[in-house]
Design a protein around this ligand. Structure first.
Ligand code: CA
Length: 231
């Protein structure tokens, strides 16, 4: 089972770091955003399992950000916990009205935060997010962590699986080698860009046996794209 990714949207560095530290210690992966603009950027590139949104952000308010996430059909399933210094009951109602799944008043303890996150994730999981993505006969089962074609499992190495999972959840978009390195390996590890080519080659080879390699396309001079459209 892969680790859950939590997006933290909070402009105060000390609080953001405290939250990130607490989450990482509890086995979550985190990505961080300083304001609503960065949060939207993060959402365009990654698929977090849950978003923590601070009410008071420097650009758009956390409330407005929550509303826009819940309006967008690509992101509306994502559970949101709002963080706020406001303890007023009326604010809490407004926060939940905006579509937030839960609401936490500062100051809170890391333990309380983790407990709320687990509870919200359990609820949203139970609400039937299927985590299945299909393109023709090619099927990604994120919970089962496998790729099948016409019901047959495609044997893939862990990197090829991650790569294909990323492609299938971000279809019809061109990613440069640099972006793929970032998304698949994170910024911390030193990996050469041509490593991407090696893994794409392996991935295509595995898909070839099932006749579905056409989905993984080279975009000359730019990078790679997963596309279900025939050129
Ligand atoms: Ca703030």
């Amino acid at each position: 089972m892969s680790e859950k990714l939590i997006l933290i949207v909070e402009d105060e560095p000390a609080i953001r770091q405290m939250i990130a530290f607490a989450l990482q210690r509890s086995g979550f992966e985190v990505c961080e955003a300083f304001d609503a603009r960065q949060a939207r950027e993060a959402l365009a590139n990654q698929r977090p399992d849950l978003i923590l949104i601070d009410w008071m952000l420097p650009d758009t308010s956390g409330l407005e950000l929550t509303r826009s996430v819940k309006r967008d059909r690509h992101t509306r399933e994502l559970p949101i916990i709002m963080l706020t210094a406001r303890a007023e009951e009326a604010d809490k109602v407004t926060g939940l009205d905006s579509g937030a799944d839960d609401y936490l008043t500062k100051p809170f303890s890391p333990r309380e935060l983790i407990a709320r996150i687990h509870a919200v994730l359990r609820r949203s999981g139970a609400a039937g997010l299927d985590h299945i993505v299909e393109f023709d006969a090619l099927k990604l089962d994120q919970q089962g962590q496998r790729i099948t074609v016409g019901g047959q499992t495609v044997p893939l190495g862990p990197t090829e699986y991650r790569m294909l999972e990323f492609f299938m959840t971000h279809p019809e978009r061109v990613f440069s080698r640099d972006q793929l390195l970032d998304r698949l390996w994170g910024g911390n590890v030193y990996v050469e860009e041509r490593t991407i080519d090696v893994h794409v080659r392996r991935l295509r080879k595995s898909l070839e046996k099932f006749g579905v390699e056409r989905f993984v396309q080279t975009v000359r001079g730019s990078g790679y794209r997963f596309s279900a459209k025939v050129d």
